[in-house]
Design a protein around this ligand. Sequence first.
Ligand SMILES: Nc1ncnc2c1ncn2[C@@H]1O[C@H](COP(=O)(O)OP(=O)(O)OP(=O)(O)O)[C@@H](O)[C@H]1O
Ligand SMILES: [Mg+2]
Length: 430
Amino acid sequence: MTAIDYDIQPRQDGRHAQTEAAATGDLESLRPLPRISIHAFCMSEPILRVMEKCGQDRRMAKVSLRITNGNVSAAANMFSSSPTPNLIILETDAEPANLMEELSPLAEVCDPSTRVIIIGRYNDIPLYRALIRNGISEYMVAPVSMADVLGAVAAIFVDPEAEPLGRTVAFIGAKGGVGSSTISHNCAFSISSLFSTETILADLDLPYGTANIDFDQDPAQGMAEAVFSPDRLDEVFLDRLLTTCSQNLSLLAAPSLLDRAYDFDRMAFHPVMELLQRSAPVTVLDVPHVWSDWTRSVLSDADEVVITCAPDLANLRNAKNMLDALKKLRPNDKTPHFILNQVGMPKRPEIAPNDFFEPLEVDPVAIIPFDVQLFGNAANSGRMISEIDAKSPTAEIFSQIAHLVTGRVRLKKEKKGGLGKMLSLLGRKK
Ligand SMILES: Nc1ncnc2c1ncn2[C@@H]1O[C@H](COP(=O)(O)OP(=O)(O)OP(=O)(O)O)[C@@H](O)[C@H]1O
Ligand SMILES: [Mg+2]
């Protein structure tokens, strides 16, 4: 089948397109959808038109929507070589008895975090139950309206009862200047570009933050306004504070000014973190090397914590203390990930990686060599390492960290949920 492919990117102008009158009253009460990516595979003209209409709706203004004229195998083909989006919408004419079989090749290549809505032809309750049990988020029977589709997407991503959409990953250094910010910026960039997933990089180092410099941006005081005006915080206000760094990466930048003191209450960053989690699938937090009530609170709440260390004794002592403290603060969460950075600096006596991690009783997730030329060039030109040298081993390390902290698996590895869950159930039946 020849594929007509549309890319409908988030509108930057904030103006609402003229949409036809809402099909149902429910549509009026729907909140705007967050910054998710959706790929719809349509087999029939009516569903194609409905998806196009969805793409023009104001509630989809921040969604990156792609529409392909194709069936489930077209989807499986496409995602065998490219990452899956946050949501796949599939139209199918498969009979109930064959649908699971038809979905199986897609399940093999679908990331567990990707949600799936199926639009089928058969009103069949056992089929519906089987699909939901196997990790499909919704099964709808054609014909469907724009309101039906938007309602189904909102039920997954906007419903206040639903799990917050976004995963937060906090990066902090075991000591000042160890490269924690540089690593967090590169990882945020890798997450957004490798998985085409909307990512927000939030710079919490208000006086000295470098995300603005590293991405060659001169934005307004995004983070300062967000944290000092919690009452004004909503999706519209947040949109004004974000700066676009690349296609899927937005920055909530620090002012990096010393015109005031930055003392924060323990919960100061909670409203903005909560809003960020509802706005994009991934938020990367660049946390300064400070141990205070507010940083402890931010680190306690993040889904993943990454501690960057340099190979010396002070870093080792601090890393051990941070590890112990964070285990107490997050007793039921994952232990932090450790990165050893700036390894092999000429003439510097260093603690060898094995000796560094043995007392910590953890394995590092990455060991990054000291490479003054690569990092210096990147910092001075306002670009990321993978933009400067995509094939460098360091760029590959950032890609690995990006996979790890977002729970993304490399293709063909074991899956835990979504379509992957279905695959494992199908496998068990065989
Ligand atoms: N592996 C590396 N090789 C060479 N230079 C590096 C490496 N990693 C980071 N750098 C450089 O080290 C410097 C400090 O990095 P960065 O600002 O990211 O550290 P930080 O831990 O966030 O510091 P701060 O405590 O000031 O927040 C930067 O100039 C950066 O380019
Ligand atoms: Mg920093």
